[in-house]
Design a binder for this molecule. Structure first.
Ligand SMILES: [Zn+2]
Ligand SMILES: [Zn+2]
Length: 234
């Protein structure tokens, strides 16, 4: 499938429109039209080759929300029209210890990042969410719960999970005290998530400029979501 995105062609040039092919669907693939994609600082590091491993052209974007347009013959969890999301990973071996423990990011056989990473089967370099369409294997597609604003959902896919993961790892809940250092892209997510989990939250910042925002977030009323996926604002 032909699609269009924005690519960095070199470390020094602005991103420019870039036409490329998304792969034909494998049996376990989901195709989606991308509706929103967050901007993560990792996108900028990649575009500018700050880490020294960028392969050009590079299409960044790993906070992706869209709607399913087609599914492969073996896909069981999604159907055309579903609201779905994709984060930082698009594949892993699914067979090693790490994969079996839900830690695909540490896959012993090498994870596949959403962009700038070789596809496990074809070896083609992955292109991310600064584009119109995406094809991803079913296991790395997430369902967006009914009732969420799709544009506001996108940043949950990297900034959100980066802060949600440690809060869950350390069983944060009622009675927990959480300190958040820095109220930026990730920090404000951490505040909202920790409050949503029932913790007492303290924000630490180098300046007083963010005090009002921090207090507004601390008074934030969490949206409650059932495990079935429906959400409501109290
Ligand atoms: Zn990111
Ligand atoms: Zn693995």
């Amino acid at each position: 499938m032909k699609t269009i995105g924005y690519a960095a062609q070199t470390a020094g040039a602005p991103l420019v429109p870039f036409t490329f092919e998304r792969r034909p669907l494998r049996p376990n693939d989901v195709a989606m039209e991308i509706l929103y994609c967050g901007v993560c600082h990792s996108d900028l590091h990649t575009a500018r080759n700050d880490w020294g491993w960028t392969l050009y052209p590079a299409v960044p974007g790993h906070e992706i929300v869209g709607r399913v347009t087609e599914v492969g013959s073996a896909v069981s969890r999604y159907k055309v029209g579903d609201a779905v999301a994709v984060g930082c990973l698009v594949d892993s071996c699914q067979e090693c210890d790490h994969c079996h423990h839900g830690e695909e990011q540490f896959c012993s056989n090498g994870r596949t990042d959403t962009y700038n990473s070789p596809d496990r089967i074809s070896g083609a370099i992955t292109y991310g969410g600064y584009s119109k369409h995406l094809v991803v294997r079913e296991e790395f597609v997430l369902r967006v719960p009914e009732g969420l604003d799709l544009a506001k959902t996108a940043p949950l896919l990297c900034a959100g999970i980066t802060t949600y993961s440690p809060l869950r790892t350390w069983n944060v809940g009622p009675g927990s005290r959480v300190g958040v250092i820095g109220l930026g892209g990730l920090g404000h997510m951490a505040v909202k998530l920790a409050i949503g989990l029932g913790a007492e939250v303290t924000v630490m910042s180098r300046t007083k400029d963010k005090a009002a925002d921090a207090l507004a977030l601390v008074q934030f009323q969490p949206t409650s979501c059932s495990s079935g996926g429906s959400c409501s604002q109290p």
